[in-house]
Design a protein around this ligand. Structure first.
Ligand SMILES: C[S@@+](CC[C@H](N)C(=O)[O-])C[C@H]1O[C@@H](n2cnc3c(N)ncnc32)[C@H](O)[C@@H]1O
Length: 268
């Protein structure tokens, strides 16, 4: 594990949902509307986490089958509980070596995962291997380089002002390829054709400062992992800096936005 990735903690599903799952759940339906898939297809959700994207697939896409794959047993446990559906099955697995038969799926999708996979080219090649001829491979990641995740950007800006080492942990430094061109080029270089890319933006409205801050203290994800690693004094300084710097709306709410890039292409 690299220095920058040491805080990528993916185990506690409840904590992840409070930090990120609640926003991923808002992106997922918009992403699926854009894919506009036919009914009764065989789906695969790579890096399903706690099930944000899979729940939306089951609700909106009338899948014939859906396999949810994630390396984290903790997240899969939570996904199992939230997607109790006869069409869904669950596998522990890695995007770089999918435990799925070749040419067996119509729709291979992945939400907020690709940037965390060490060999992204291999993951996309695997997604194409398991696709049927003319199947769809599609994914979304946050627009990290464009500062698209405002609640995360605010956190790291405050953290880096207090701790110069935090700058190297920020997602914009770690994932510079998460731009429209970077992602489209990556997709094409792995053999996907008819590649298309759009931006999806959702509001991330925190009802008050505690609603914003609490998820960072729970340790699930890179910024919360960093926050949890701080001593009590450093954490309190960070909390105070954020408290003073965040915008406030009506009733003390914190109105921010999060923007993702969604990419789709055709396999084989
Ligand atoms: C930010 S979460 C996204 C979870 C979920 N798809 C969502 O939209 O909420 C990142 C997920 O990627 C998973 N992950 C990390 N490395 C992976 C890999 N090599 N292969 C597959 N999944 C991976 C993590 O376990 C975690 O569930």
């Amino acid at each position: 594990m690299s220095e920058a990735s040491r805080h990528d903690a993916w185990q506690a599903g409840d904590n992840y949902d409070l930090y990120m799952g609640r926003w991923s759940r808002q992106i997922a339906p918009r992403f699926l509307d854009w894919l506009d898939a036919a009914d009764q297809l065989d789906w695969l959700d790579v890096g399903c986490g706690t099930g944000a994207l899979s729940i939306a697939i089951l609700d909106r896409c009338d899948p014939k089958s859906l396999i949810l794959i994630d390396p984290s047993e903790g997240f899969l446990k939570r996904a199992r509980a939230s997607t109790a559906d006869g069409r869904a099955t669950f596998e522990v697995g890695d995007a770089q070596a999918l435990p799925v038969d070749t040419g067996s799926k119509d729709m291979i999708v992945s939400g907020l995962v690709l940037n965390f996979v060490p060999d992204k080219g291999k993951a996309l090649a695997e997604m194409q291997r398991v696709a049927r001829s003319r199947g769809t491979v599609a994914f979304y990641v946050w627009d990290y380089p464009g500062g698209g995740v405002e609640f995360m950007r605010a956190f790291w800006t405050a953290a880096a002002a207090l701790d110069p080492h935090a700058r190297d942990l920020t997602e914009d430094r770690r994932f510079p390829f998460c731009t429209a061109d970077g992602l489209a080029n990556l997709a094409k270089s792995t053999g996907l054709t008819s590649v298309d890319c759009i931006q999806i933006e959702v509001p991330t409205l925190f009802k008050d400062f505690e609603d914003y801050w609490h998820p960072f203290t729970l340790g699930a994800g890179p910024a919360p992992g960093y926050c949890s690693s701080l001593g009590a004094h450093a954490r309190e300084r960070l909390r105070e800096k954020l408290y003073d710097s965040l915008p406030r709306g009506e009733g003390g709410a914190i109105p921010l936005k999060a923007r993702a890039w969604a990419v789709k292409g055709v396999a084989g």
